[in-house]
Write a protein that binds this ligand. Structure first.
Ligand code: KG4
Ligand code: ZN
Length: 332
């Protein structure tokens, strides 16, 4: 079969990224221009600044990607871009650029759901991984437990009713004086602490999550006891939030009888979470997958991979593709 080369574009938040991926799994390049240094000074992503930086950078990032992969536009079979969920102004830059490329090169356009992209990060790290499997998507914007029935067929089993887990990590980090993005800083500091502070965990009858209660509890505790040991607080926060993730995942595994669990999204880079899921896998005798660190946070290789599976299923977008900031998964 002929090789299929997808050019992927990601611009949903604060990373401008362009990747070239062969046959959905082989990354020729995954060029990422991150705006973290810019948004750091504001303690979080400023949407308007993000859009402006994307528009400034996208052509250059594409040029670098093609050079790195040592290919030219004519070698590409389709252009895939994230069209949601995400920040609308940021998404529009990637969508607009992808449409222009698709039109000028006369190549198909494939709109990709960002969450599908995160899931596909695992296909790149594990070339042998195939659906069906259970995937826990944990990022700055999402906390979803999803049954991956097939490459483009998804069933939501549970999701957060309020904050995404990464949002809670970033907020907790901010109040204890750690820089944006807070997740990696909490990960590091927690290693020096003891998880001995009791924090509230929220459970429902179904597989939904809630992280606003624990977030508020940590904020209040830190306010009332400014001298509280920050490393202990981080370790306790990590433990309690991971308990909630593990509880629902375990319930889902039992309910749908899968033998593979994948983690995805920025928060899946967390070393404590990875260690707890590894242990869960051993206890339940199931295989646990998580993407290599650079494929956990936002990048275009995962978008190109998800784009490939849509492309081979004939799921092509028209030139009227628009950004959908609140795009859902498993409903379209
Ligand atoms: O997937 P991502 O890049 O963007 C979204 O789609 O939301 O995820 C970013 C999130 C941020 O909240 C960041 O703090 C978190 O991932 N994150 C981590 C770690 N690395 C990134 N959270 C906990 N531990 C980490 N090591
Ligand atoms: Zn993301």
């Amino acid at each position: 079969m002929k090789d299929i080369m997808i050019l992927g574009i990601e611009s949903s938040c604060d990373e401008t990224s362009v990747a070239i991926v062969k046959n959905g799994r082989q990354v020729l390049t995954n060029t990422i221009n991150t705006q973290i240094e810019i948004h750091k000074q504001f303690g979080g992503v400023v949407p308007e600044i993000a859009s402006r930086k994307h528009i400034e950078n996208i052509s250059n990032v594409t040029k670098i990607a093609l050079k790195d992969a040592n290919i030219s536009f004519k070698d590409i079979d389709a252009v895939a871009c994230t069209y949601g969920p995400g920040l609308v102004g940021a998404l529009l830059v990637g969508v607009g650029y992808a449409k222009a490329l698709s039109y000028a090169l006369d190549k198909p356009l494939v709109g990709v759901n960002h969450i599908e992209g995160h899931i596909a990060g695992n296909y790149i790290t594990f070339p042998e991984l195939e659906p069906p499997f259970l995937c826990l998507v944990i990022s700055g914007g999402h906390t979803h437990l999803i049954y991956i029935r097939d490459y483009t067929e998804f069933e939501i089993l549970g999701k957060t009713r309020d904050d995404a887990i990464g949002e809670a990590y970033d907020k907790v980090a901010r109040v204890i004086g750690l820089e944006y993005p807070g997740g990696p800083k909490i990960d590091k500091l927690a290693k020096d602490g003891k998880a001995e502070i009791t924090l509230p965990e929220t459970y429902f009858d179904n597989l939904d999550f809630s992280f606003s209660g624990i977030k508020t509890a940590v904020l209040n505790l830190n306010h009332k006891q400014p001298d509280i040991n920050k490393a202990d607080l981080c370790a306790s926060f990590e433990k309690a939030t991971t308990d909630m993730l593990i509880n629902n995942t375990q319930k889902a595994v039992k309910a749908i009888k899968v033998n593979k669990i994948a983690l995805a999204g920025g928060v899946s880079a967390n070393s404590y979470i990875r260690q707890r899921f590894k242990k869960l896998g051993e206890e339940m005798n199931i295989r646990v997958y998580y993407p290599e660190i650079k494929l956990c946070t936002d990048n275009a290789a995962m978008i190109a991979s998800a784009g490939y599976y849509n492309f081979i299923k004939g799921k092509i977008s028209g030139l009227d593709l628009n950004a959908v900031p609140n795009l859902k998964i498993g409903e379209n």
